[in-house]
Design a protein around this ligand. Structure first.
Ligand SMILES: NC(=O)C1=CN([C@@H]2O[C@H](COP(=O)(O)OP(=O)(O)OC[C@H]3O[C@@H](n4cnc5c(N)ncnc54)[C@H](OP(=O)(O)O)[C@@H]3O)[C@@H](O)[C@H]2O)C=CC1
Ligand SMILES: O=C(CO)[C@H](O)[C@H](O)COP(=O)(O)O
Length: 470
């Protein structure tokens, strides 16, 4: 084994790095990983499938020396400074045309900076989003590479081999120039936040309707066999049944309601504001994670502001059906906003993100995989540069068939004081988006009144200012 020239190297053998490397080995590639922590190198080798070629080392220079050239190296380390630190430690050891892939959740502006920095040094750099969590990395993730197209061609066979497959197609493709790979992954995570929030609101609505964990399991199981079929519904179905291994009852009931976050949802909202593109369902999801951290204040406020009168929902089965439609509606709106953001960002930042391919890559392996992506795929097949999927007629028919129940659920939630921020945001966006005329003529009048900002008229072209009140 001493003379083995390995096909692929990985830096960072944590949850993602270890599993992705084992996945590669299972597909016949010889792989080598580096981690400062020797126990992680040992864990890598011990969990390798017998007969595969897997090595873990604690010495970066040793790993570089054992790789075939041009070297193909991925890092799966925390975003930010660790990525720059790894790049600096690699530079003295690499040769021209070696490839570095950052597979972590880096910010796209950092990726763009690194692409340019390394281009000057003859190193091919790619930012690549990876989705699917631990299981996805091990058995078939969805991958979103962008940046250096020549570098992608070098690693394409390996990535296609390890990616999830849907109808025989690998869930990986080149998704555009510059920081496109990480931009697409950021928006993927924004959509992930939105759908997770919508699911948690649906859980709350059904609990208020009297359903216990066993009944919630049954409802979500049925939903997962229908139009809501998706990875997030599937795992939620299982969560309801998980027993508490440190006490009695179900684990979900003793999990603190303070939700964590690593930043990609916030970045999506921040970037959307910069563009600007409206993504209010994602914004609501980010805000709800923040409000979830105000535990003490919420506890005090709950004694000061009692629940409004308890308004009873329709019959239980009717309520379940209405919530199902509302969740479906909100989920479509979440994708619509995220995809509209990608369409706009691609133009503004000249990334050439191919939306039909994005939707294809998300069909399998990733956290936001869902049967809805087939519908979006059809929409983009008809119109690859569609600015918003809500403008597709087939989707409009689906949305129109769910909006009445969505309105009923939102009304009921408002009357009963049940927090449904993301659901309300999806309906509010929809009602504004479908308005040929918005009341923002008044905003324009106010701006001109106090700030002489001028306005346009509907009947005469040009900019106008009025001396209001005179
Ligand atoms: N977990 C998930 O579901 C997903 C994670 N990601 C992203 O993938 C990346 C990795 O995540 P994950 O595997 O979960 O993280 P882990 O914390 O499990 O692993 C990170 C690894 O990076 C190593 N590391 C940290 N700093 C450095 C450094 N400066 N130089 C070299 N190695 C370093 C750590 O080594 P040590 O501990 O020995 O210091 C550790 O082995 C992150 O960007 C994350 O956001 C993307 C998709 C899904
Ligand atoms: O990228 C991921 C999934 O796609 C990671 O799991 C990420 O950590 C999720 O974001 P957060 O921790 O903010 O919930």
């Amino acid at each position: 084994m001493a003379n083995t020239q390995y096909d692929f190297g990985m830096i960072g053998l944590g949850v993602m790095g270890r599993n992705l490397l084992l996945n590669m080995a299972d597909h016949g590639f010889s792989v080598i990983g580096f981690d400062k922590d020797q126990s992680k190198n040992e864990a890598l080798e011990q969990s390798a499938t017998p007969g595969t070629t897997v090595k873990g080392v604690q010495d970066l220079e040793q790993m570089i020396g054992l790789l075939q050239t041009p070297r193909k190296i991925m890092m799966l380390v925390p975003a930010g400074k660790p990525v720059d630190d790894v790049i600096e430690s690699l530079l003295p050891l690499l040769d021209t045309d070696d490839v570095i892939i950052d597979g972590g959740n880096s910010h796209h502006t950092d990726t763009l900076r690194r692409v340019e920095y390394l281009q000057d040094k003859g190193i091919q750099f790619m930012g690549m989003g990876v989705s699917g969590g631990e299981q996805g990395a091990r058995f078939g993730p969805s991958m979103m590479p962008g940046g250096n197209a020549a570098a992608y061609d070098l690693v394409r066979p390996m990535l296609e081999a390890i990616a999830a497959k849907v109808d025989g197609t690998a869930c990986v493709d080149y998704l555009g120039k510059k920081g496109a790979g990480h931009y697409v992954k950021m928006v993927h995570n924004g959509i992930e936040y939105a759908i997770m929030q919508l699911i948690s609101e649906s859980y709350s609505l059904l609990k208020h309707g009297g359903l216990d964990n066993d009944q919630l399991h049954e409802v979500f199981k049925e939903w997962n066999e229908g139009k809501l079929q998706s990875f997030l519904i599937e795992i939620t179905t299982e969560i309801f049944l998980q027993n508490d291994d440190k006490g009695s009852g179900r684990l979900l009931d003793v999990i603190s309601d303070k939700a964590g976050s690593k930043g990609t949802g916030k970045w999506t909202s921040q970037d959307a504001m910069e563009l600007p593109v409206a993504v209010p369902v994602i914004d609501a999801a980010v805000a709800m994670r923040t409000i979830s951290s105000y535990k003490e204040e919420r506890t005090t406020a709950s004694t000061m502001y009692p629940d409004p009168y308890k308004s009873s929902p329709a019959s239980t089965q009717e309520w379940i059906n209405q919530v199902q439609d509302a969740l479906y509606f909100g989920t479509i709106l979440s994708y619509a906003q995220g995809l509209a953001m990608l369409a706009q960002a691609s133009i503004e930042m000249q990334m050439d993100i191919p939306l039909p391919k994005v939707v294809d890559v998300w069909r399998g392996g990733c956290i936001i995989r869902s049967s809805l992506l087939e519908v979006f795929g059809k929409a983009f097949a008809k119109s690859p540069t569609l600015s918003n999927i809500l403008l597709d007629q087939e989707l409009a028919d689906i949305v129109n068939s769910t909006v009445v129940n969505t309105r009923k659920v939102v009304s009921q939630a408002a009357l009963s004081g049940i927090s449904t921020s993301a659901l309300m945001a999806s309906l509010a966006y929809f009602d504004a988006y479908r308005s040929e005329k918005m009341p923002t003529n008044l905003v324009q009048a106010q701006r001109d009144f106090f700030g002489a900002h001028t306005y346009q008229r509907t009947d005469i072209s040009g900019s106008f200012h009025t001396e209001w009140g005179k």
